[in-house]
Design a binder for this molecule. Structure first.
Ligand SMILES: C[S@@+](CC[C@H](N)C(=O)[O-])C[C@H]1O[C@@H](n2cnc3c(N)ncnc32)[C@H](O)[C@@H]1O
Length: 306
């Protein structure tokens, strides 16, 4: 049965993505960049095994997600990720902080809460909210009085009534079953004139698009590789890597710990129209490109005014 996402696009099965030789070569070369970044020896053998599992499964979890995860653990790949991701929150905070207004921050879809913690250390009162509670959250909120966490259910309104000066939606919308409801519910909690800062993994990037911030040679090469794909294949590349990162690298047997992957990707221009249709003004868009080398997705940052 074909899966249709929020934007009415059909979402192919992961194994079917590889019927296209261009996607197969893109996945191979991008996985090679990621494994080089992780300083893994013999990346070719690892890439072959991952692609073999991704193309031959009958049951995706049993025959691909779990065995590929176990293989990456055995080969020492997963253990290198936390170290490489250790400055991820700092990187994201450096991208969003120039756009924050003084005052309160709501970090909607906060994940591990590390970006929200940096806003807190930068003298903002911060509320974290998410549809699941990451294992870091309890410790974080116990250590930092004044940093609160609100848990709510996918599809339900977040139970907050306070108004914030800023809200963050950082790579959340493509994980939400209903990005419109998530954006509207976030906007409900922002005061008139306040800001919503969105980062999204996008497709539909022209080859000649220049990034506004540069993150080194490997990032530029990964970005160019992506921009050379046609726009439909960019969407397919996002599907593969979003699934690979969230469901293979971070595999969990526990359904509560599985990150939602509805693949609600859009183009930068599509997001602008989407936000404007909801009554939010896009003040600025920043092309970040492939800023995170172990998460090979092309990012844009959108500064919205309520
Ligand atoms: C890729 S993570 C990003 C986490 C964090 N914003 C960051 O940048 O580190 C996506 C997050 O969105 C959350 N999420 C998914 N659906 C959501 C929804 N409907 N409302 C709020 N958060 C949601 C997930 O639970 C996950 O923590």
């Amino acid at each position: 049965m074909t899966r249709i996402n929020f934007f009415h696009q059909s979402v192919p099965e992961i194994c079917d993505l590889f019927k296209d030789e261009v996607i197969r070569r893109y996945v191979e070369s991008t996985l090679a960049y990621v494994l080089n970044e992780l300083e893994i020896e013999e990346p070719g053998r690892i890439i072959d095994e991952v692609i073999e599992l991704a193309t031959t499964y009958v049951n995706i979890e049993r025959d691909y997600e779990k065995p590929a995860h176990d293989f990456l653990v055995k080969e020492g790949v997963t253990e290198k990720i936390p170290e490489k991701l250790s400055n991820r929150a700092e990187l994201i905070y450096s991208q969003i902080s120039p756009h924050l207004l003084p005052g309160l921050v709501l970090d909607m879809g906060c994940g591990d809460g590390k970006v929200g913690e940096l806003a807190y250390l930068d003298r903002h009162a911060v509320t974290l909210a998410d549809v699941y509670e990451h294992k870091n959250i309890l410790d974080l909120c116990t250590r930092r009085s004044g940093l609160d966490f609100v848990l709510f259910e996918q599809g339900k309104e977040v139970p907050i009534t306070e108004k914030y000066d800023n809200a963050l939606l950082l790579t959340v919308n493509h994980h939400s079953n209903n990005p419109m409801q998530t954006t509207l519910d976030t906007a409900r909690l922002v005061r008139k004139g306040g800001r919503i800062i969105v980062i999204e993994s996008v497709y539909g990037i022209k080859t000649e698009q220049e990034e506004d911030i540069h993150y080194g040679e490997r990032s530029a090469m990964m970005g160019l590789n992506f921009k050379l794909l046609d726009h439909e294949k960019q969407m397919f590349a996002n599907i593969f890597f979003d699934h690979f990162y969230n469901r293979v690298i971070h595999y969990s047997d526990d359904p509560k710990n599985k990150v939602n992957v509805p693949f609600n990707f859009c183009t930068p221009g599509g997001w602008k129209m989407f936000f404007e249709d909801l009554g939010l003004e896009q003040e600025r868009v920043v092309y970040l490109g492939n800023d995170q080398l172990t998460v090979p997705e092309y990012h844009t940052l959108h500064v919205l005014k309520k």
